[in-house]
Design a protein around this ligand. Sequence first.
Ligand code: UDP
Length: 500
Amino acid sequence: MEFLGVEGESEKLKAIFLPSITKSHLVPLVDIARIFAMHGVDVTIITTPANIAIFQSSIDRDASRGSSIRTHPVKLLHVAGVPEGVETINFSVAGDIAIKLLEALGKTLQTQFPQLFHQFKPDFIVSDMFHTWSVDAAAEFGIPRLIYVGSTFFAHCVMDSLERFEPHKKVDSEDQSFLIPGLPYNLEMTSSQIPERFKTPTDYSYVMKRVKESEKRSYGSLFKSFYAFEGPYEELYKTIMGTKSWNVGPISSWVNQDASDKSARGHGKEVEEGWLSWLDSKQKGSVVYVCFGSMKNNFSGTQIAEIAHGLEDCGHDFMWVVGEIDEGQSRALVEEFEKRVEASKKGYLIWGWAPQLRILEHPAVGGMVTHCGMNTVMETVDAGLPMVTWPLYAEQFFNERLLVDVLKIAVAVGAKECKDWADFGNEIVGREKITKAIGLLMGGGEECEEVRRRVKALSEEAKKAIQIGGSSYNNLKDVIQEMKSLKLEKLNSKVEEPVA
Ligand code: UDP
């Protein structure tokens, strides 16, 4: 990891960062903010107290090491329909409340923006894609707005193709496959694998339409992967959008260097370390790690039981992040299962939040079963681990195509239905499919070795990308340089203004 150097206070470039309130958007944007600060930018991250609590310890550590970075809390305005005290979107917040919560945060920040602008005097802002209002606010105050759009160039190219050509409307049934037009690689999907909003307009379709419009009017977009991961799609996206964008990842390993940073990431406090001694007792590459992201708690009881049986039958050691399972979801069955696998030493269950970055870098871990959330995918690729893909919702089925068909670093479990993130519906992936996919991944056959070799090579590229001269390092340097030039232009134009 290399830094771009720190400047004197007077010419310091100042930025405010406005993250959103799902962990999958909050965590990476905070990481990006920290990278900017490590490279000499003065950074203020503004959000609500409960969200700040998730990452404050990392900010304090960065500040104590010389980064000019801080948080600034804002009190969430009350919006009808959002229960008092709810500030973060998680598995227990229903979809309609989530949209209202996004509105509430947007309203809060928008209302306070003039005062925040005068207090922090930013030269530019970086906002999460959901703060669409901020493109106009930035324009009003004469500063550039960079947008963090989440996901990958690849997924955005697929989404653009679906919106533009609507291939899913030209098939006879939900499970008939179609080609996604206009991509550098022939990719097929079924209509059942794409999010509902592409088929029938929903509230979320309108939200995403506004996001895209605001992206087009922004100074540029920031992405969190790296060139070797999806270069052709980066080029394509730039052509499609006609806007500037910079890929600055993989961000998590760029900033989260300490064990304590890694352990507390996305959670606010370190998780107790029973998981570590269990992994320490295992042989190199022998454990499959299973985690379905921050919304993992929406599986039905039947599906949870199938996962348990699949893991027990697969013949490999496993670590499964079960999250918070309630009685209705077969908690008793999972507790029983836990006792059994603890006794046989075959498995370890994590209830609640897992220190994922630390688990992925442990030598005992040999592969991961993932829902294809893009943060997890990036972290797993960075760690050089192959994956079993089990997409659930949002753009995860698109990511699966990139991992399985294009990059060939993963084995698909065979999930067929794109779900609502707040309700995983009725599809059940049976234990046989789970056992088979894990067997292929961990079994050590010829095909599996090829997959491992490819993902290791990509992991090397990921590490090079953030070193001096690497693609992401250069992109970061470029975007910071552009922000500096814009600041200078502005200063010069003020100096040249005629005196009235
Ligand atoms: N994560 C974690 N522990 C958990 C669950 C998730 O550290 O128990 C982190 C994971 O490392 C990733 C993020 O939370 O950085 C989840 O984002 P992702 O895009 O993978 O999935 P999403 O939550 O959007 O479904």
